[in-house]
Design a protein around this ligand. Structure first.
Ligand code: CAA
Length: 388
């Protein structure tokens, strides 16, 4: 039988992330969620421990690790605090990996080094009031003024919108050219004309920092465009393919966290003269949870391994995100049901995980968008070599 054999280094990363999550993130997570308190100290510690630039080569201040290590860390941290893990995912996948893969040397020296160490946090600015799933319909414009671009527009639901030092902004530079007239720009948050709107009051991941950002006549140097002219949409799609592996790992962590809490609770809570785990009604829920979590884990690890092997991972990452996020939503709801009345109060953690699960079906491409990506690949006959 083929097995996925994790290396000693990968196992050590998983253990370190678990230890950090249980000792540093669990205390206070309920209060941070309730009062929408940004985890400033926790994010600082995550930067110092190397969790914010895990896949960046060491020469740029990163951890020089593979995607599998990143996924294992995401999973452990997401069992506990998804406001931290979403910042971790965006910074690692959409910002650091994007700059490392597609940025030039000057951009890496100027920005990546600070982002990989967690000294700076990055925000990925694609979504707009009228362009979410339909990402080519960008209204934000960047007009070529000769020595710089003039950026104008509004971006919505931006993770780390108020706390980030650097934004990667996707904007139209030539409307006539459709998606080929879109570019990606590195914008510093304290430049003139960058205005941050109010913090969103959200259903889940409540202590993460989500804002609308307005760009009003922001002068962006030519040197801050990522890649060749017109590369911005493909840049966004490529980094989102990688990002979806991170969010899939987040969903896997949420489902696993809810399952572990439910299993422990069901073994000790008694009803009708025996632990509720011994009642088939509960035992079958635990069986379904365990099965879907294993299936999700295989899809998530497979997408990470394909990326690490340098193979195409677009379809695999969409499958992983679709399956893991749907499983997270379904089984966190069941976790609340298993906990009964206790599940409905904050102290038992599962209601928070249920609220957090919902966003994994929405951000970095809704479940419907993942089905678009998967079905287009299936219909084109695109195949990858399954790893398991
Ligand atoms: N890699 C490289 N190129 C890609 C690509 C990929 N993965 N996917 C598409 N492209 C290319 C296509 O080949 C095409 O180029 P050509 O014309 O040269 O062939 C071009 O991009 C346009 O592609 P489509 O025709 O497929 O575009 P579409 O308009 O049909 O849209 C879509 C496809 C999959 C729906 C896409 O718009 C999409 O992914 N939408 C969702 C956006 C999203 O995920 N937003 C999340 C916001 S960020 C966020 O949530 C972060 C956070 O804070 C947590």
């Amino acid at each position: 039988m083929m097995t996925i054999q994790l290396t000693e280094e990968q196992l050590a990363v998983k253990a370190a992330a678990r230890e950090f999550a249980q000792s540093q993130l669990l205390p206070g997570v309920i209060a941070r969620d309730k009062d929408m308190i940004y985890p400033t100290e926790q994010m600082k510690a995550m930067g110092e421990l190397g969790f914010l630039g895990m896949m960046v080569p060491t020469q740029y201040g990163g951890g020089g690790m593979d995607t599998m290590s990143y996924v294992l860390a995401m999973e452990e941290i997401s069992k506990v605090d998804n406001s931290c893990s979403v910042v971790m995912s965006v910074n690692n996948s959409l910002i650091c990996w994007g700059l490392d893969k597609f940025g030039n040397e000057a951009q890496k020296q100027q920005y990546l080094t600070k982002l990989a160490s967690g000294e700076w946090i990055g925000a990925f600015c694609l979504s707009e009031p009228e362009a979410g799933s339909d990402a080519t319909s960008q209204r934000t414009t960047a007009i070529d003024m000769g020595d710089h671009y003039l950026l104008n527009g509004t971006k919505n639901w931006i993770t780390s919108g108020g706390t980030s030092s650097v934004h990667i902004v996707i904007a139209q530079t030539d409307v006539e050219k459709g998606h080929k007239g879109i570019n990606a720009f590195i914008v510093e948050a304290d430049w003139d004309g960058v205005n941050i709107g109010a913090k969103e009051d959200k259903l889940g991941i409540r202590s993460s920092d989500t804002h609308t950002i307005m760009y009003n006549d922001v002068k962006v140097p030519k040197a801050n465009r990522i890649g060749e002219d017109g590369f911005g949409f493909k840049f966004a799609m490529k980094v989102l393919s990688g990002g979806r592996i991170g969010i899939a790992a987040q969903a896997l962590g949420i489902a696993t966290g809810a399952y572990e809490l439910s299993l422990a609770y069901a073994k000790q809570r008694e009803a009708f003269g025996k632990p509720i785990a011994k009642h088939q009604a509960i035992a079958f829920k635990l069986a379904d949870m365990a099965t879907d979590i294993e299936a999700a884990r295989l899809l998530v690890y497979q997408s990470a391994m394909l990326k690490d092997r340098g193979e195409n991972f677009d379809q695999a990452s969409s499958m992983a995100k679709l399956f893991a996020s749907e499983a997270a939503m379904k089984h966190t709801t069941e976790a609340v049901q298993i906990h009964g009345g206790y599940g409905f109060v904050k102290e038992y953690h599962v209601e928070r995980l249920m609220r957090d699960a919902k966003i994994t079906q929405i951000y970095e491409g809704t479940s419907e968008v993942q089905r678009i990506v998967i079905s287009r690949n299936v219909l084109k006959g695109n195949h990858y070599t399954p790893i398991v």
